[in-house]
Ligand binder design. Sequence first.
Ligand SMILES: [Zn+2]
Length: 386
Amino acid sequence: MTLCYKCENELNELNSSDEHIILNACGGKLSSKDLLCKICNNEFGSTSDAALARQTKVLSHLLQVKRDRNKTPDIRGKSTTTGEGIVITKKGDIRKAKPTINIQQTGDQILLNVNANNWKEVSQIVVGLKRKYPNFPEKDFYKAAKEQKGYLNDSVSFEEQVGGDEAFRAVTKAAVSFYIFKGGDRKIIKHLLPYLTGEIQLTAAILHFLPLSIYDFDEDEVSHIIKLFGNPQEKILYCYIEYFNAQCYLVKLNDAYDGPPIDETYIYDVVHNQTLDKAVRVNYDRKLFESIFNSQEFISFEYPRIRYERTVLIATRRSDSEHIKDISKKALEETLKQFPGATIFTEEILKRYSETVVRKMMPFIVHKQKGRRTVQGNRKPRIPPQ
Ligand SMILES: [Zn+2]
């Protein structure tokens, strides 16, 4: 008989739920049905977990992590120059958060400037304009409308905060879930339950950034890491957690620990979608742990920067290479259309293909040389019937 570790109701087929120890929203795969009932799981899901998911969503998005349930959400940011709302869709397309309509009226002349993401948006605007101006010259308007594709030559800022009450709670919950998942005694973490639900305030988790050298990274690996360590001689049980190797936390589970020695590590590489079996060199004795935890002295500016840089570099490199593959594939399709029935790659086809690739690749290369962020052009819009 298994009980929900929060409300202690017996778990059965009806009320059990799949608790993701590392949020599924950031590509976490480790889950168990023996931890929380549906009600408790949903409660955490809509409060602390949601806060942590918001904090990791830009990295989740950049790395295009695979989720079991919900689709990758769009993320919203702002142009750093115009302040205009920008949306990055799950496919990596960039669009304006909303279309802009500029109406200038001089005498009985109206000058209209509409800037929209696609023709569907334009046609919705036209419906509104026709209502407002019964003589709206729809045909001329569409005739003058131009479609443009391109890269966003502007940087986009995202509001992303790390840490904060709710996120610390979510991270502590991940540590508690992992401890129980590994067969830990529920009594040992009982004092944390009212903290997890927000009934009491505690410092259970802190931000904790360590150099990359605590771990042997594989090439292009970006992982979530949980390391659980318990030492009854030292009377300490703690958990070290990394999200995307970039957001790192230390959780104090019990500082009067008298259970068996524990040393458990779980690593999931979200780039290659696999669990890894490696050592994480975070081994603190009680004295060192307490001094870190109380002073939070291990937060330097360097380690968070180095870690974010590494993760974002891997993510951008991957999205660039996907984009280049996409361009060269489209170039081939476009070339072969000009040679219907061709069965071999003749010199002429090759010449046309290389021309096409260069032409299609050039805007991307120019864009990259400007040192700006990569984005993909909008997909071709459908022109509405008139
Ligand atoms: Zn419950």
